[in-house]
Design a protein around this ligand. Structure first.
Ligand code: G4P
Length: 528
């Protein structure tokens, strides 16, 4: 297959949702279609146990929260699909935001009973800012939920999307009869008794066909006719370009648990979802079709396999072909590196691969060379943009609880920060270490991982801070800047890159500081 054929058959996307909407279940069902996991096991257990496939970490199995973002690849109808799974829990939102820099499109899962939830709103905001194409999957139709039209309204209003239903439910919950697939003009009937079977659609080009009354009953047939008529009147007609430009969002209904509506989603997805897209760097726009390799690290995961203490940097290939045992430039370190065992991910298996193409995710064994955001090229000096750190919202001093293990603690903290689990700040005044996170849960994760992966123990001390602001560097001779540094020295620290930050204890403090020192520019993300 030629380079362009390989590129065009790739679809790299993320599934996002509020926790419990059914992201893991949908991922697993998609993997079933791709033959990447064994259907027999899934049927026997009714559903695959949480943690069996898309979640690697022990801690997650304990908590039942998708903590780590995992990568899964499979082939379906000749298309190579790369799914980047994302943690739904808000405390791991930064991990999800970073993953969104590596996807070309997303599928958002919404629970029909709960509607649009808080976490979905935040994530969709980021997708809209980046104009990422979005498909909506409304899940759990086998349960009672909100009226389909009300839900479509809610999605438009709360998420700011312009929806275009490509399937529509017939009934819901106890009365759920199936789905009319507007995209393929087919009727798919739900058989609650034979869960997990993939129903074959019945062609139904014209819903006026009286056969419909016989199949689903007169009442349901009349309702469906009225509803589809309304859909054609009220919602825009599907247009692939609008979808690809992030201006129109197709909607599907179904039940991931019952494997209903998932195939329709997937069949449409491979047809319309974008292949690998160009990406902006600090010097130019890099096209996926370029022959020379470029790629960037969007995730680092240490100790994925507890049996082998390994650390993997996940690289998204932006252009060119990634080849095993070939020298590439690590731009930040200005260092040539080659990789003898790059990994690709197939469900729960990792495999060494000789070549990877744009859109693919490669896992590189790392001994501490990589940080999130690092770029690999064939020699060109460019850095991909768009993986900034956001200000954490929770802050604590971290102290060593076992003096004999201070080296292990330092190493553990260092590696966890490179993975982007949290951010570390060193106070200018006394060198104390402050950990900042976006959620309180992360402190527990850090403590747990330091102990289980590095044999180190830590304690925390509360620190009442509101946010950190990155201070734009200036000539220290500038009088106002010098005064700011002197007056605020107790609140100044360095982040892991050595950038100066200001720890503010309230929104008011930030406001006051800005008005008192107008020439000192404060930023709310690390990339400015
Ligand atoms: P998440 O990754 O988005 O957090 O959600 P997950 O897939 O883990 O699903 C959350 C819960 O919703 C699970 O139940 C799952 O079985 C259920 N679920 C997913 N899809 C459907 C669906 O289409 N219909 C119905 N009725 N339920 C669905 P749980 O009880 O939390 O987990 P488990 O005990 O079954 O593992």
């Amino acid at each position: 297959m030629s380079f362009l054929e390989e590129l065009n058959r790739r679809r790299t996307f993320g599934i996002i949702s509020h926790p419990d909407a059914g992201k893991t279940t949908l991922t697993e069902k998609l993997l079933l279609f791709g033959g990447a996991i064994n259907e027999a096991g899934a049927v026997k257990n009714n559903k695959i146990k949480k943690g069996a496939t898309s979640d690697f970490m022990e801690i997650e199995r304990q908590r039942g929260i998708s903590v780590a973002t995992s990568v899964l690849a499979f082939n379906y109808k000749g298309i190579k699909i790369n799914i980047l799974d994302t943690p739904g829990h808000k405390d791991f939102a930064e991990d999800t935001f970073r993953t969104l820099t590596a996807v070309d499109s997303v599928i958002v899962v919404i629970d029909v009973a709960k509607g649009v939830e808080e976490q979905t709103e935040k994530l969709i905001k980021v997708c809209r800012m980046r104009k990422i194409p979005i498909i909506v999957f409304i899940n759990k139709l086998d349960r009672e939920g909100k009226d389909a039209f009300d839900l479509l309204d809610e999605i438009e209003q709360k998420l700011g999307l312009k929806v275009c239903p490509l399937s529509f439910p017939i009934g819901m919950g106890y009365d759920f009869k199936g789905i009319y697939n507007i995209w393929e003009k087919k009727l798919n009937l739900f058989d609650g008794a034979v869960k997990q079977t993939i129903s074959k659609g019945i062609e139904f080009n014209h819903l006026e066909n009286p056969e419909l009354d016989k199949i689903i009953g007169k009442k349901a047939a009349t309702e469906l006719r009225e509803e589809t008529e309304l859909i054609y009147e009220v919602y825009p007609k599907f247009n692939k370009n609008d979808y690809l430009n992030g201006e129109l969002q197709p909607v599907f209904f179904g039940s991931a648990l019952n494997n209903f509506g998932v195939k329709e989603l997937l069949d449409c997805f491979i047809n319309i979802a974008p292949c690998p897209q160009p990406k902006m760097s600090d010097t130019r726009l890099v096209q996926a079709t370029e022959n020379k390799l470029t790629g960037f690290v969007f995730k680092i995961h240490a100790n994925m396999d507890p049996k082998h203490r390994d650390r993997l940097a996940f690289i998204k290939i932006v252009s060119g072909i990634f080849k095993r045992n070939t020298n590439y430039l690590h731009v930040r370190l200005n260092k040539k590196m080659k990789f003898s065992s790059p990994n690709a991910f197939f469900a729960e298996k990792k495999e060494i691969v000789d070549t990877s193409f744009p859109g693919d995710i490669v896992g590189l064994h790392d001994t501490g060379n990589f940080k999130i955001g690092d770029t690999l090229t064939e020699g060109e000096l460019l850095n991909f943009k768009g993986i900034p750190s956001f200000s954490p919202e929770y802050f604590r001093y971290i102290n060593n609880a076992d003096p004999l293990k201070s080296k292990q603690l330092a190493k553990g903290i260092d590696q966890l920060m490179d993975e982007g689990v949290a951010q570390l700040f060193l106070l200018n005044l006394n060198g104390r270490k402050v950990i900042g996170t976006v959620g309180a849960l992360q402190f527990e994760v850090i403590q747990y991982r330091l102990e289980h992966e590095y044999g180190a123990k830590c304690t925390y001390e509360n620190l009442n801070m509101h946010k950190v602001c990155w201070v734009a560097p200036q000539d220290p001779k500038n009088e106002e800047y010098a005064t700011f540094l002197r007056v605020k020295q107790r609140y100044l620290a360095k982040d892991k890159e050595g950038q100066l930050v200001f720890l503010a204890d309230s929104a008011f403090t930030i406001q006051m500081t800005q008005s008192k020192y107008p020439s000192v520019v404060l930023h709310f993300t690390s990339e400015f």
